[in-house]
Design a binder for this molecule. Structure first.
Ligand code: FNR
Length: 415
C-alpha cells in the first residue's frame, strides 16, 4: 500500500521490487570482480540455480474465507523477537558492493528490527555494526580459525557486542571452486578486503606481530616490550618519510599473510564443539547442515539451532538444493531444535514455503547485497521492506493470519 501511495505522489522505489531486475541492475552497478564474487557460485552453478528451482517446485495451495483482515507476521527465535521470520545472512566482503558495507546493512536492519548476523569476513568490525544496530538483535558468524585463542577472542567480542548467538559455519573449511572468481584471479581476501574482524582483534594483532611479541608468549616483560614496540611502530607509521611508507604497506601485507595462515581449520570435527561450548553460554547455531544424519548429530551435541544451507551454491556444485534438504531434516529433528534455512530466498513467498516445510525462520542473502550495491542503506532497507510486505500478503492471501498457521498443509510439490 505504502509503495503505491508513494507512487501516486510521484516517488518510485529506489531499487527494483522484482528480484531479477534487482540483480540485473546491481550487476551493472558493480565492478566485474564485485559482481562475480557476489553473484557467482561453485562449478557450473547448477546448485545455485537448483536452489531457486526447488522453491519453484513447491506450490502454495491457498485457503479462502478465513478472515485475514488482521495479520501478525512476527515470531520469536531463541528468545529474539522477529518482526517476520527472517534474519540477514552473514555476507563477507560487502565493501565490494558499497563503501558503507556492513554499516549500511546494520543501519537498515536496525530500522526494520530484523536481526543481523555479523560475518566473520565482514568489512567493518562487529563493534561498529553493533552500535549501528541499536537494540535490534545480532548474532556473530564464526569461521573456526586454526588459533583457538583467536576463536575465543571473537566469541568474547561477540558477547560484549550483545550477540544473541554464535553461528558456526561448517561448509567453508576451504573455499569452493568458483570459476567467476578464478577467471578474474579475484580473491578479495588477498587484497586485504573482508578481514576487518581480524585486523581489529587484539589477539590477531598480537599473533601478527610475533615474533616481535616474543615467542615466549605472555611473559609480562615480553608483553611490555611488545606494547612499547607497537606504540613506537604506530608513531613511526604516522610520521612522513620512507620508513613510515614501508610500515604502512608492510602491515597490511603481513595481516593478509597471517589471515591466510589462520582463518580456517579443515581438521575440525564434532568433538571440537565441546570446546566452543566451554567458551560461551550463548546459543550455538550450526550453519551448513544438509544431511539428516548431521542434523541428528547436531541435536545429540546439544546445539541450539540448525541452519540448513548450501552457502548459496558457492561451495559444492551438484549438492542438494537447500529447500530439498529441509523436509528430511525436519523429520529427523522433530522439533528438538529450531531449523533455519537459507540459499534461494528471493521473496516473501519463498519465506512462506520454507516455513511450511519446517523452518522457523530464514536468512536473506544475496538480495540485500544487491540492494546495498544499488543504493546503500536505503537499498537494503527497501529490499527488507519488500520481502516483509510480500510475506505479509502471501500469508494473508493463503488464508493464514499468523506464522503458526503456516504448515505443510499450505503447500504441495508439483512433479
Ligand atoms: C556468503 N555467505 C557467507 N556465509 C557465511 O557463513 N559467512 C560469510 O562470510 C559468507 N559470505 C558470503 C559472501 C557472499 C558474497 C555470499 C553471496 C554469500 C553465505 C550466506 O550466508 C548465505 O548462506 C547465502 O548467501 C545464501 O544463498 P542466497 O540466498 O544468497 O543465494
Amino acid at each position: 500500500g505504502a509503495i503505491y501511495s508513494a507512487g501516486v505522489a510521484g516517488t518510485r522505489p529506489r531499487v527494483p521490487t522484482a528480484m531479477r531486475e534487482l540483480e540485473a541492475q546491481a550487476m551493472q552497478a558493480m565492478s566485474p570482480e564485485a559482481g562475480g564474487y557476489i553473484a557467482g557460485g561453485a562449478g557450473r552453478e547448477d546448485t545455485m540455480h537448483d536452489n531457486l528451482a526447488a522453491f519453484r517446485a513447491w506450490k502454495i495451495v491457498p485457503r479462502v474465507l478465513r478472515n485475514v483482515e488482521h495479520r501478525d507476521t512476527s515470531n520469536t527465535l531463541l528468545g529474539m523477537p522477529l518482526p517476520m521470520p527472517m534474519l540477514t545472512a552473514p555476507i563477507g566482503v560487502l565493501e565490494m558492493a558499497h563503501p558503507d558495507a556492513d554499516l549500511a546493512v546494520a543501519r537498515a536492519a536496525g530500522r526494520a528490527r530484523i536481526p543481523m548476523i555479523f560475518s566473520n569476513q565482514a568489512s567493518v568490525p562487529m563493534e561498529a555494526c553493533a552500535e549501528a544496530l541499536g537494540d535490534t538483535p545480532r548474532l556473530f558468524q564464526l569461521y573456526w580459525s586454526r588459533s583457538d585463542d583467536l576463536v575465543r577472542s571473537f566469541v568474547e567480542r561477540a558477547e560484549r557486542c550483545g550477540c544473541r548467538g554464535i553461528v558456526l559455519t561448517l561448509d567453508t573449511s576451504m573455499l569452493g571452486w568458483r570459476p567467476r572468481d578464478l577467471d578474474l584471479a579475484n580473491l578479495p581476501f588477498l587484497r586485504g578486503m573482508g578481514i576487518a574482524q581480524y585486523t581489529s582483534d587484539p589477539v590477531f594483532r598480537r599473533e601478527l606481530d610475533l615474533p616481535l611479541a616474543g615467542a615466549a608468549g605472555n611473559a609480562p616483560t615480553t608483553r611490555l616490550t611488545w606494547q612499547a614496540l607497537t606504540v613506537l611502530r604506530d608513531l613511526l607509521r604516522r610520521t612522513p618519510g620512507p620508513l613510515a611508507e614501508k610500515l604502512r604497506t608492510d602491515w597490511p601485507r603481513k595481516a593478509v599473510r597471517r589471515f591466510v595462515a589462520t582463518y580456517s581449520r579443515p581438521s575440525l570435527q564434532w568433538s571440537d564443539l565441546a570446546r566452543l561450548r566451554t567458551m560461551t553460554s550463548l546459543p550455538i547455531l550450526l550453519k551448513g547442515i544438509l544431511h539428516p544424519l548431521d542434523a541428528r548429530l547436531a541435536v545429540e551435541h546439544g546445539v541450539d539451532a540448525i541452519i540448513v544451507s548450501n552457502h548459496g551454491g558457492r561451495q559444492i556444485d551438484g549438492e542438494i538444493a537447500s529447500l530439498d534438504a529441509l523436509p528430511a531434516i525436519a523429520a529427523e529433528v522433530r522439533g528438538q531444535c529450531p531449523l533455519l534455512l537459507d540459499s534461494g530466498i528471493r521473496g516473501g513467498a519463498d519465506v512462506f514455503k520454507a516455513l511450511a516445510l519446517g523452518a522457523s525462520a530464514v536468512l536473506l542473502g544475496r538480495p540485500y547485497a544487491y540492494g546495498l550495491a544499488l543504493a546503500g542503506e536505503e537499498g537494503v532497507a527497501e529490499v527488507l521492506r519488500n520481502v516483509h510486505a510480500e510475506f505479509d500478503l502471501t500469508m494473508g492471501l493463503a488464508g493464514c493470519t499468523g506464522v503458526a498457521g503456516i504448515t505443510a498443509a499450505c503447500v504441495t510439490r508439483s512433479s
